[in-house]
Design a protein around this ligand. Structure first.
Ligand code: DCP
Length: 627
């Protein structure tokens, strides 16, 4: 469900950078003889020449499209070079594309906060860099403006003739408003970064530069390949007036269809006709406000500062006659997918010190008879336990549970047409601190692998896997799963599984509050998290009540809720401590109000060598119910 975030700082400079025909470029770098030739990357499944998953711009001129199969592409473009995606474990191996994406990210992330949005696209917050440039070397003071920047498309700038001259004038205009000046600086920075990417990696990319993520993303696809587009605020109204709703992030699904069918809204700008109240009445408070905002180009979404994927996923489709018919066939494929997933999460843990907490299985299936033809195979999740065997075992259980539910009372024969598993809720491992030792008393990874797998839960039901290999739908939810390089995300329809929504929201809220390891630690204890963020002085209460709430929340699909769970026994044995035992660095990670209190308490404790009973921080650390 879209969440409205009003943009309080309209003068941010945000870029969205998207690689051009990415997999093709990676293959062309491997085989330079393919450069300049019409080329497409095809899926492993070679039926009718394999499904095209990336098409070069030379091939697009002949009408070759991603929806085609190799044989069809050869008909419209006889010279097309078809390159098969690398293969491992009987399925596409995307490692080469992933690491090529990482090469690009490492260059783009040098100028500001960088969020890796998928295998080949990133958002950059260049506000600080643009502001510094405006102060130190504004475009008007530059002898020469970067040639690539002058090739920018500036929306709303009239006249195709002498475009470059017009753009140059726009860059150095003396009567420009501050916001436009910042965008001009941003565009120069982006042009420079794109040049660096080309020099270092041989890849071209396209970019959009605007005041928010939504507009930057819309702009990056407007002029491709190897070009950039700037969206001054004065151009936003016209841009949205002619933008079909379905092209807008989060309006590709049911919400977009409802706007078209129920309200007659075809272009985003048509939404301007409706008051915020009317939209709220029709779509609920949040979605209504979000729609009202986007009609005006308002979006406060932040660039999240994340260069690593939020989740790992791998999948395989079994179209037509390849559909899996037996439990043994499913198990064999699941085992291979789990092997890959296990390798990737292990690597993530080793390289980035990150731990995944949730294992999710998605599948597509049908029954051989016509009973309930529209019933979907439910996605299922459970806490993730590290180790290939454990993951395989859990994935199998998830599948079995999903299948039972899918079949219901009908004992029909079934076919599985796609399988995917993903590891989500990836968090940094808390730094070892005295406080986390107090709380946890055992290593994180052993806790993870100990988590019981009795907690199989419905996952958000609307996850879907494309019916062709490697073809997965684009969508826009925060929580994303990279399956075949593209993120598979939830549809924009409100999820039926409110429990998951609540957890996701909680974890997002928690993230908003800071990334300190201690906060992450608390985010593991669902109930105390709420208290921690809202009412520090009642933390002791939240700890006291934890046991009852643990009972209710155990059923929630959240691996780390189990990790952070503090048993009475652990607490009792851990709570006797001295002020000297607290690592001073962890105090910085506590909420500000608590920091002040802790520092004061430590000072007084050191002075008097006695604890000050009755303070909220004392309640926070103590387990003595009578304290
Ligand atoms: N991809 C995939 N399956 C899809 C869509 C894409 O495997 N259904 C892979 C191949 C693409 C890469 O992801 O090269 C990036 O996808 P994009 O949608 O960004 O498309 P391209 O980069 O290929 O082309 P464009 O220049 O239009 O962005």
């Amino acid at each position: 469900m879209p969440i409205p975030r009003p943009d309080l700082q309209g003068d941010r400079v945000i870029a969205h950078v998207d690689m051009d025909c990415f997999y093709v470029q990676v293959e062309q770098r491997k085989q330079p003889k393919l450069r300049g030739l019409p080329t497409a990357v095809v899926q492993y499944n070679d039926w009718k020449g394999g499904a095209l998953i990336a098409v070069s711009y030379e091939a697009r001129k002949f009408g070759v499209k991603r929806s085609m199969r190799g044989a069809e592409a050869e008909m419209v473009c006889p010279n097309i070079q078809l390159v098969q995606v690398p293969v491992a474990r009987g399925k596409a191996d995307l490692n080469a594309y992933r690491s090529a994406g990482s090469e690009v990210v490492s260059i783009l992330s040098t100028k500001g906060r960088c969020e890796r949005a998928s295998i080949d696209e990133v958002y950059l917050d260049l506000t600080d860099a643009a502001e510094s440039m405006l102060l130190e070397t504004p475009p008007a003071a530059l002898e020469d403006i970067d040639e690539e920047a002058l090739k920018s498309h500036v929306l709303g700038l009239s006249g195709d003739e002498d475009r470059e001259k017009n753009v140059q004038r726009w860059f150095i205009r003396s009567d420009a408003i501050h916001q436009d000046r910042l965008l001009a600086c941003g565009a120069i920075i982006v042009a420079h970064l794109r040049g660096e990417v080309l020099k270092e990696t041989e890849f071209t990319c396209s970019a959009g530069i605007a005041h928010n993520k939504m507009l930057a993303k819309l702009a990056s696809g407007m002029h491709k390949p190897a070009q950039q587009t700037i969206v001054p605020s004065s151009a936003v109204k016209d841009l949205l007036a002619s933008l079909p709703v379905k092209k807008m992030k989060q309006l590709g699904g049911k919400l977009g269809s409802s706007l078209q069918n129920d309200l007659g809204v075809n272009n985003v700008g048509d939404l301007l006709k409706f008051s915020e109240e009317k939209l709220q009445e029709r779509y609920g408070f949040n979605t209504g406000t979000w729609l009202w905002n986007i009609a005006r180009g308002i979006s406060g979404d932040e660039v999240k500062g994340r260069v690593l994927p939020k989740s790992h996923g791998c999948g395989k489709t079994f179209p037509g006659p390849r559909a899996l018919k037996t439990a043994a066939a499913v198990e064999s494929w699941l085992n291979q997918l789990c092997e890959e997933l296990s390798e990737r999460i292990q690597l993530d843990m080793d390289q980035n010190k990150r731990v995944a907490h949730t294992l999710t299985l998605h599948a597509r299936a049908f029954k051989t008879s016509d009973v309930e033809p529209h019933k979907k195979f439910p996605s299922k999740s459970c806490p993730l336990r590290y180790g290939i065997n454990k993951i395989q075992e859990d994935a199998k259980k998830l599948f079995d549970t999903g299948l039972r539910e899918f079949l219901g009372s009908h004992s029909n024969a079934w076919r599985v047409t796609s399988l995917a598993i993903s590891a989500g809720k990836i968090l940094d491992t808390p730094r070892t601190s005295s406080i986390s030792r107090f709380f946890q008393g055992k290593s994180l990874s052993s806790a993870i692998s100990d988590a019981s797998n009795d907690d199989i839960q419905d996952d958000a039901p609307s996850f879907s896997i494309g019916c062709k290999e490697n073809i997965v739908p684009e969508s826009d939810k925060d929580e994303e799963v990279f399956v075949h390089g593209k993120s598979v995300k939830e549809d924009d329809a409100p999820s039926k599984d409110r429990k998951i929504d609540v957890l996701c929201t909680q974890s997002r809220k928690q993230k908003d509050k800071g990334n300190g390891s201690i906060l992450k630690f608390f985010s593991g204890t669902n109930t105390s998290t709420k208290h921690a963020s809202n009412a520090p002085s009642s933390w002791s209460e939240s700890l006291k009540g934890q046991d009852q709430r643990d009972h209710q929340e155990e059923s929630l699909v959240d691996g780390h809720s189990r990790l952070g769970k503090i048993s009475n026994q652990q607490r009792d044995s851990s709570w006797n401590f001295n002020a000297e035992d607290i690592d001073p660095s962890v105090i910085d990670e506590l909420p500000e109000e608590i920091q002040r209190e802790v520092r004061g308490w430590i000072c007084s404790s050191k002075r008097a060598k006695t604890t000050k009973r009755g303070s909220s921080i004392f309640h926070y650390f103590t387990t003595d119910d009578n304290a």
